[in-house]
Ligand binder design. Structure first.
Ligand code: NAD
Ligand code: UD1
Length: 340
């Protein structure tokens, strides 16, 4: 069975993907420096699947250490999740973001080249559509102008991977543009565990619900949307993880570069999702309205047809599932993996 290296595989999306790959019969190797995760998430993967995961604590930028993984394992494909992802922090520390996100990509590509590994799937983002493109986004649209260094690293890494595939005709690259992953594994033992104050909406909502934060501030209610709050394409993290299994099947059969949106195609507003969370979990969230957040677009959602037509993938879980699974995880693990 094929062996897949998950760079950054201890993180939120990587750990959920590890479960789905193992359940589909793939072998999984994880490389992570735990800069935004911890080894406990890998133990939870093993608990859910009953299978062992080989994990290496390495900085993916460190070529000598990364090479050891390629030397010790016959890697058939790489999924590259390893990156820093906090938009606000990327504005304050652009060099850290460019260094980490781009160097991890270059080092992976160098090792792949040296060890004859031709297949890579990259965690890109809807953010690459930038400000210019109209919703719903389709894959053939040109990449747009990003509002922050995090977004630019995704644009640049897509370009780097395209150039690598242009130079090596045996390479197969899949760029997955994620929309807004939320929710948690339905077991309630694996989920998102943000360090510090959450930047994203749903982890924040969950921390208010569990009493770690006083209230949610909704950023802006004067957007040109039906209820004045921004609309996003929220996707259950397990659906997203299953998209990676389909992409792995595809990457082995393909050559060149293929881009896929991973979203549901249906946008929900901030107000709608907060209301759904409250109703599904029978819990009150204190809400206040604040100013718009710099860089936020009124709407972002996918046209998800290509993933359905080419990969045979579509989402199966709805907003209520996302809210219930998130709360199961957060209420079972109020402080994430490192219980206080
Ligand atoms: P995450 O922070 O939970 O996971 C990223 C993992 O990479 C972490 O475990 C971190 O420790 C590791 N990492 C970072 N730099 C590393 C390095 N130099 N060497 C080794 N490991 C390193 O984030 P996530 O939400 O699971 O996101 C995974 C990928 O998907 C990221 O590239 C992110 O930019 C992208 N993405 C995420 C979202 C989202 O909303 N979560 C949306 C679009 C794209
Ligand atoms: C953000 C990033 C995007 C990244 C994505 C996933 C920005 C500008 N964009 O997208 O690059 O790919 O996360 O990591 O940061 N909201 C509130 N109150 C909060 C938090 C969020 O009202 O406390 C609102 C936001 O204004 C937005 C929506 O909730 O309208 C979703 O926010 P978030 O979860 O941060 O995702 P994005 O803004 O889509």
């Amino acid at each position: 069975m094929s062996k897949i290296l998950l760079a950054g595989g201890a993180g939120y999306i990587g750990s959920h993907t590890a479960v789905e790959l193992l359940e589909a019969g793939y072998e999984v190797v994880i490389a992570d420096n735990y800069s935004n995760s911890c080894p406990e998430s890998i133990k939870r993967v093993e608990k859910i699947t009953g299978k062992q995961v080989q994990a290496y604590e390495v900085d993916v930028k460190d070529k000598d250490k990364l090479s050891v993984i390629f030397k010790e394992n016959k890697i058939d494909a790489v999924i590259h999740f390893a990156g820093l992802k906090a938009v606000g922090e990327s504005v304050e520390k652009p060099v850290l973001y460019y260094r980490n996100n781009i160097d991890t990509t270059l080092t992976l590509l160098e090792c792949m080249n040296e060890y004859g590994v031709k297949n890579i799937i990259f965690s890109s983002s809807a953010t690459v559509y930038g400000e210019e493109n109209p919703v719903p986004y389709t894959e053939e649209m040109k990449r747009g102008t990003c509002t922050n260094p995090y977004g630019w690293t995704k644009v640049m890494m897509e370009q780097i991977l395209e150039d690598a595939a242009k130079a090596d005709k045996d390479m197969s690259v899949v760029l997955l543009r994620y929309f807004n992953p939320i929710g948690a594994h339905e077991s309630g033992i694996m989920g998102e565990d943000p360090q510090g104050i959450p930047n994203n909406l749903m982890p924040y909502v969950a921390q208010v619900a569990v009493g770690r934060r006083d209230h949610l501030t909704i950023f802006g209610k004067d957007y040109p949307t039906p209820d004045g709050t921004c609309r996003r394409d929220y996707i259950h993290v397990v659906d997203l993880a299953k998209g990676h299994v389909k992409a792995i099947d595809f990457v082995f059969k393909n050559k060149g570069v293929e881009v896929f949106n991973l979203g549901t195609g249906t946008p929900y507003s901030v107000t709608e999702i907060v209301t759904t969370f409250q109703k599904e979990n029978d819990i009150e969230i204190k809400v206040e309205y604040g100013d718009r957040r710099a860089g936020d677009l009124p709407e972002s959602y996918a046209n998800a047809d290509k993933a359905l037509n080419v990969l045979g993938w579509k989402t199966e879980k709805n907003l209520a599932d996302m809210c219930r699974d998130l709360w199961r995880w957060q209420s079972n693990n109020p402080y994430g993996y490192n219980q206080k």
